[in-house]
Design a protein around this ligand. Structure first.
Ligand code: UD2
Length: 377
């Protein structure tokens, strides 16, 4: 029960028919807010018939339209109190060959939205940013010094020396990455996410629209679009396992990520709306727990009861970082964010959802597309 005297808010979610946005819509509706979604229903996510997704709450008012279309954005903004901006192209690898479209949807789309917000201000704007803005996460050397501009060289990668090293060649250990780590943008996607974040915070400050950026780490859970070859690793692994195939690990599978359940991510989105002191800042949204990709593959196989050991490809996916996990201190302190969904429970839920879908294995498709363009070595 939300028994407070909180006013019902009218919320617009751009890209709200998608994975994270639709969960945010559910959470808002559950507490009595009214939700409108502006979504272009991209075929890569929603299938070629571009139908309203079955999972989207019947209480959502869906406005079909492109965030780059000023008229559609203006219509969608009518009588709205607060805005979540989630409309984006989201494939990291794909962003390295569909350069114009990524720049257009992500950067221009944000600019169009912001111009509309200048004309029709709202009480709050929350923008989806990404851990990809960090590039490699933060590292510490054996003497305790922090390294925040680590990058693997092509030579290192070609030689299969997967872990980054300090400039003097010494070993580095990954540590949780705080928001203060300088950005290191390694893909058009990361560049556009960083632009979206900065554009929103900058224009928000200039026009006194309290704005919050959320840097999502690896979000997983039901509604991940399996038809999308650029969906996250967990859904890819689960789909392969359900099709009787072993997960394929890039590099040696010991790269670390931080997986956060989509309901926890949605909860962070609500906090970003409610917590006044959040305005003007960017927050990591993650679980705060490091996990290797190999462990993820093994645990998923266990949960799905498929006796299929992951297969190490020794291949590097261009643009991939080695390790990045979140320091959640800021989100905990300022937003009061506390992730609730444990990994095993979350994976089980994802598996149930995937089993109900026709689990299409898109891995080969993704690899072929990247290989065609010389992007996988
Ligand atoms: C990217 C973005 C992140 C978010 C996410 C979407 C970066 C650094 N991060 O994260 O912001 O958009 O995509 O989920 O740009 N892997 C395999 N086998 C596979 C697929 C992936 O081993 O079949 C590995 C991959 O090499 C990487 C890890 O799994 O090391 C995670 O891959 P991902 O695509 O799920 O997400 P990630 O971290 O690249």
């Amino acid at each position: 029960m939300h028994g407070d005297a909180r006013m019902q808010r009218r919320v617009l979610i751009t890209g709200g028919a998608g994975f994270i946005g639709s969960h945010v819509a559910d959470a808002l509706i559950a507490r009595g807010d009214r939700v409108r979604v502006l979504d272009a229903l991209l075929p890569q996510v929603h299938g070629s018939d571009r139908r309203r997704p079955a999972y989207l709450s019947a209480d959502v008012e869906l406005v079909e339209g492109d965030v780059r279309d000023p008229a559609a954005v203006k219509r969608a903004l009518a009588s709205i109190d607060v805005v979540y901006h989630f409309a984006s192209r989201v494939g990291v690898g794909q962003s390295m060959y569909e350069l114009a479209d990524y720049t257009s949807v992500n950067n221009l789309g944000t600019a169009v939205l912001l111009e509309a917000l200048i004309a029709t201000p709202v009480q709050r704007l929350v923008v989806a940013s990404s851990m990809s803005v960090y590039g490699e996460g933060l590292y510490r050397d054996s003497r305790g010094r922090l390294h925040d501009r680590v990058q693997r060289t092509p030579d290192q990668i070609a030689g299969g020396r997967w872990d980054p090293r300090a400039e003097d060649g010494s070993e580095l250990a990954p540590v949780p990455t705080p928001e203060t780590k300088p950005p290191l943008l390694a893909s058009l996607y990361a560049l556009s996410k960083h632009d979206q974040e900065r554009m929103c915070l900058m224009v928000g400050a200039a026009y006194k629209i309290p704005t919050v950026a959320l840097r999502f780490f690896n979000v997983y859970g039901p509604r991940q679009a399996l038809s999308n070859p650029y969906t996250g690793v967990l859904a890819i692994f689960a789909a392969r396992l359900l099709n009787g195939r072993p997960p394929l690990l890039f590099e040696d599978g010991r790269q670390q990520r931080d997986f956060v359940h989509v309901r926890d991510a949605a909860n962070a989105c609500l906090l970003a709306l409610d917590v006044e002191e959040a305005a003007g800042r960017a927050f990591n949204i993650a679980s705060g727990r490091a996990m290797t990709i190999r462990e993820v593959a093994e645990r998923m196989a266990g949960i799905l009861e498929r006796n299929l050991a992951p297969h190490v490809t020794g291949q590097h996916r261009v643009g991939d970082i080695r390790h990045c996990t979140a320091d959640l201190s800021l989100a905990r302190r300022v937003l009061g964010f506390a992730p609730q969904v444990g990994f095993d429970r979350g994976m089980r839920e994802l598996a149930v959802w995937l089993e109900a879908q026709s689990a299409v294995d898109r891995f080969e498709h993704m690899r072929a597309e990247l290989a065609d363009r010389g992007l996988a070595v």
